[in-house]
Write a protein that binds this ligand. Structure first.
Ligand code: PBG
Length: 326
């Protein structure tokens, strides 16, 4: 005799139509933000694949325009830009120069696609000779003297036409400094997507090859968060929100789904998750070996971000997913 009072979960899984009807979460094109690496070069044809990130490239302005053009055709709504300057110096001056490579890229993209949401990563590490996200003195990354440079960077990005700035440096007080500087310069309506909860993660390894931004001494553990800490994430998110962040980002993504959920539950601001370079490379490597089904694994990991409570996802798979969703 089979009892009649157990839960028949399979009832609602019996067909694709029904599964789709009761599906709780979904990845939409407007959730996705595509990162691009733009290199300062006179060679218009410059396009260099990043060896640790197959399918991702350093691009000249011209090649960036081509890539973005294709992606827009496939439904791209938003991208985030990282710059590789021709010259680096102690203070990262190309980050806040009006002629800096990211500022050039912003002007180009906004001119071609006014509706594309162009986000600028606001940081110094790609532009400093030492590779740290702030000013360095006696091998120490200085907090307060860095704030003004970050604020100048955000204003230069906004002046070039950036729709949003995304500080990723993890200096204390930078969101307040950036908000004040943007307001002062008349950019009251430029939102800040703060890398609010950013861990000192080994998953950033491939990015540092892509952006040529590896620290030349030491590591980022004195400013980025310690991976074992969860409660501390709430303090970081609360601080950034209080300072004026409009969107709270958690980074990396999959290893920190618990943090995304906690931030989602504790705050009402939109939440973004960054599926970082190492996460991308792991999936690519396993797929290249035929060990996993790339497309299925990508969709499963992205919907996991939505299930954890993320509204937005920064992912290097954006272009591929847009094609899948089409
Ligand atoms: C710059 C920055 C980094 C990433 C985004 N912005 C690198 C770092 O903090 O070392 C990492 C992105 C990725 O790994 O995909 N501070």
């Amino acid at each position: 005799m089979i009892p009649s009072d157990f839960h028949r979960g399979r009832r609602l899984r019996s067909s694709l139509t029904l599964r789709e009807m009761v599906r709780e979460n979904e990845v939409r094109p407007q959730d996705l933000i595509m990162p691009y690496f733009v290199a300062e070069t006179d060679d218009e044809s410059f396009i260099k694949e990043i060896s640790s990130m197959p399918g991702q490239y350093q691009l000249s302005l011209k090649q960036l325009e081509k890539k973005v053009g294709e992606a827009v055709t496939n439904g791209l709504r938003s991208c985030i830009l990282f710059g590789i300057p021709a010259q680096k110096d102690e203070t990262g001056s190309q980050a806040y120069a009006d002629s800096g490579i990211v500022q050039q890229a912003i002007r180009l993209l906004k001119d071609r696609w006014p509706d594309l949401m162009v986000v600028a990563d606001t940081c110094l590490c790609e532009y400093t000779s030492h590779g740290h996200c702030g000013l360095v003195k006696n091998n120490e990354v200085l907090n307060d003297p860095t704030l003004n440079l970050l604020a100048r960077t955000a204003v230069a990005q906004a002046r070039a036409g950036a729709d949003m700035v995304a500080p990723s440096d993890m200096m204390d007080g930078r969101v307040a400094a950036i908000r004040a500087a943007l307001d002062d310069a008349g950019f009251l309506n430029t939102p800040i997507m703060a890398y609010a909860v950013k861990y000192a993660s080994a998953f950033y390894g491939p990015f540092r090859e892509a952006a040529e931004s590896a620290p030349q001494f030491g590591d980022r553990k004195t400013y980025q968060m310690d991976p074992p800490n969860g409660r501390e994430a709430m303090r970081e998110a609360a601080a950034d929100l209080m300072e004026g962040a409009d969107i709270l980002m958690v980074k990396p993504g999959l290893p920190y789904l618990d943090i995304i959920r906690q931030v989602r539950d504790a705050f009402d601001a939109p939440v973004a998750a960054y599926q970082v370079s190492g996460e991308y490379s792991m999936i690519k490597a396993a797929a290249a070996n035929g060990w996993i089904d790339e497309r299925a694994v990508v969709m499963e990991s992205l919907v996991a971000f939505k299930r954890a409570g993320a509204d937005l996802i920064l992912t290097y798979f954006t272009e591929d997913v847009l094609k899948t969703l089409k």
